[in-house]
Design a protein around this ligand. Structure first.
Ligand code: PGA
Ligand code: ZN
Length: 429
């Protein structure tokens, strides 16, 4: 019997059934919603997000491939895998904790990247079981997750999307996201207030300059036809100033370059320029000198390990060198990055690896190396808010959810506001 289960005063959780249905994400594309019912009646339900600028090393998201439905993106096969094979194996089976369930799911799948049952099917069940156990124990999800990880919960600082380009906005400029952080804020409430002021100013600026109202991208970021990535960064600084805040003091910027999206054959197609890796590193370094950038995500291609190493050498002392596609929340890739000193921060996306247990292993590795951790949503999200609880329960330094304008994003921010005001959680823990 598991020690962790005994600590709850509940020996084990017996699964009565698991099930899944195909639903739509915030891009109007199919994804999965999964249920897990325990034998004592406790029910957990969770929806699975989906990316667009996905890393090649991500676990496999099973899509139907039937061009007659949703352009091949249907998730009926993944839902059927939950309803038939996974349900047949899990129902009546007993698990002490999340780790036992997740390794059983991995064994059932039998492939290194969850290609057989699908990472979307497996993650849906992993998350739904987690919620069911939290409910069985009458514990808020964040507290259950904190206990599972052996961590003290605390609120993460949001990195909030202001402007978008790249794969989330039709590629009008190379950089995918320019985000703001409010490091001086004492509360999530204040972070959102400041963000809203800046967002309003940014929208006005776009109206004046480009003659258009809110033209938003996948994560709700403003996406006018900026002339270049640098113009986008400059506009962010202007919006911060017009809202009455000091760039670099009250409010800083973070960028997701998502460079894999514009890299081919050793060249970075950065807006109008064609750069090699060292020129790309120079370009990013020059941005960090000219703009108040505190974090650079995916500054180089996911396979350009030597480029990452030079970027880290150059900037890691002062700047977060944040790995998304490079690391794919995958413990072996993270280990390599730690050994090579290729990054200093982890972007944690649970669906890149496909179970909570493996995502926790990724988090622990990153923490062991002294890295910062950013818990992140996907560009295709749902109205589910489990990510906010995960970021709190696993004590993420930051949460990256997108803009403040779309409900699939706001449900996470609103959950943080709720936890701050009703559960008394704070940014400092
Ligand atoms: P994705 O984008 O969900 O489309 O991968 C988010 C990110 O790149 O951080
Ligand atoms: Zn990214």
């Amino acid at each position: 019997m598991k020690q962790s289960a005994q600590n709850w005063g509940i020996s084990v959780s017996e699964i009565r059934s698991v099930s899944a249905v195909e639903i739509l994400d915030s891009r109007g594309r199919p994804t999965l919603l999964a249920n897990c019912q325990l034998s004592d009646g406790a029910l957990g339900r969770a929806s699975v997000p989906a990316g667009a600028s996905t890393g090649a090393g991500e676990a496999l998201e099973l899509r139907d491939g039937d061009p007659q439905r949703y352009g091949g993106l249907g998730c009926l096969k993944a839902a059927t895998n939950v309803n038939r094979e996974i349900n047949a194996k899990l129902s009546g089976k007993t698990f002490g904790d999340q780790g036992e369930l997740d390794s059983y799911l991995n064994e059932l799948d039998g492939t290194p990247n969850k290609a057989c049952l699908g990472a979307n099917a497996i993650l849906g069940v992993s998350l739904a079981f987690c919620r069911a156990q939290a409910s069985q124990r009458s514990t808020p999800l964040y507290a259950h997750l904190a206990r599972m990880a052996g961590l003290s919960p605390r609120l993460p600082l949001p990195m909030i999307n202001l402007f978008s380009g790249g794969a989330h906005a039709g590629g009008q400029v190379a950089i995918q996201d320019v985000q703001i952080v409010v490091p001086t804020a004492q509360t999530i409430g204040r972070v959102l207030e400041v963000t809203s002021d800046i967002f309003r100013m940014a929208a006005d600026l776009i109206l004046t300059r480009y003659g258009m109202r809110l033209l938003t991208a996948d994560e709700g970021g403003l996406a006018p036809p900026f002339e270049s990535s640098e113009v986008m960064l400059q506009a962010a600084v202007e919006a911060i100033e017009s809202a009455g805040y000091r760039p670099g003091e009250d409010v800083a910027l973070t960028v997701d370059v998502a460079a894999s999206q514009f890299h081919a054959a050793g060249r970075y197609h950065m807006d109008d320029a064609e750069l090699d890796a060292s020129q790309m590193v120079d370009r990013i370094a020059s941005w960090t000198h000219r703009f108040p950038i505190v974090s650079v995500e995916d500054g180089l291609d996911e396979a350009d390990w030597s480029g990452w190493r030079s970027l880290s050498k150059r900037l890691a002392e002062k700047t977060m060198i944040l790995g998304d596609d490079l690391l794919c929340t995958n413990p072996s890739r993270i280990q390599r990055a730690i050994a090579m000193e290729a990054a200093n921060s982890l972007l944690l996306k649970v669906n890149q690896i496909g179970t909570l247990t493996e995502a926790l292993a990724a988090l622990r590795l990153a923490r062991g190396a002294g890295w910062d951790v950013v818990v992140s949503a996907r560009s295709g999200e749902t109205e589910d808010d489990w990510l906010a609880d995960l970021a709190v329960g696993w004590a993420g330094d930051y949460i990256k959810v997108g803009s403040i304008t779309q409900s699939e994003r706001l449900t996470k921010y609103n959950r943080l506001l709720y936890l701050e005001q009703m559960e008394g959680l704070t940014l400092s823990g």
